[in-house]
Design a protein. Structure first.
Length: 194
């Protein structure tokens, strides 16, 4: 249900609730301080509902505002994606929309694999949650630990996986069109900055 649908139903809903409670417009006007004519226009849809009108009505009926207006329930914000296991690595998709920037939580089991660097279009950002992640990028061969991040153009030859010492859990953000992550952080102050 859209916001417009909810707002369109407010007037008839208010009238229905008032009549079910056997309250007259005059009695509701006295309880809320809103004129009878304004309440009548609100119920008939000739007056647009506003917080300054709806709050006193909700108080007079002793009910929460969202119940008064019949607001739709808030969608469950949790991402409940099914894990995807590919080549022994488990990926949990954290984004719901197809295409564009994609986010995954990844669990790489403890195993020592021979790096097999690849290239493809896009841009990737990795953040290690726990364990040690080996990243081979061009001529670099580095190990990232918990709390460390790396970002790179995926057109550069790259490979990442467990160091073989244990499992590694990390976040992967990938933009197939070369979208870059924007990290906003205040630079560290030095002694020279005062």
């Amino acid at each position: 249900m859209s916001i417009d649908d909810v707002l369109a139903d407010v007037g008839p809903r208010l009238r229905r609730m008032r009549k079910e409670r056997e309250v007259t417009l005059a009695a509701l006007a006295e309880a809320t301080g809103i004129s009878v004519s304004t309440l009548s226009r609100l119920e008939s849809g000739l007056r647009k509902p506003s917080l300054e009108l709806l709050l006193p009505i909700a108080q007079a009926h002793r009910m929460p505002l969202d119940e008064l207006v019949g607001a739709p329930p808030v969608r469950d914000p949790r991402v409940r994606a099914e894990p995807i296991v590919r080549d022994g690595r488990t990926h949990w998709p954290l984004t719901r929309q197809p295409g564009g920037l994609q986010a995954f939580k990844v669990l790489e089991p403890r195993r020592r694999l021979e790096p097999d660097p690849r290239t493809h279009e896009g841009y990737e950002w990795l953040y290690v949650l726990s364990g040690r992640l080996r990243l081979v990028l061009g001529e670099h061969d580095v190990v990232l630990t918990a709390g460390e991040a790396a970002e790179f153009d995926t057109r550069v030859s790259h490979w990442f996986g467990s160091t073989g010492e244990g499992p590694v859990e990390f976040l992967s953000l990938f933009g197939p069109q070369g979208e870059r992550m924007h990290v906003r952080a205040r630079p560290a102050r030095t002694a020279e900055d005062g």
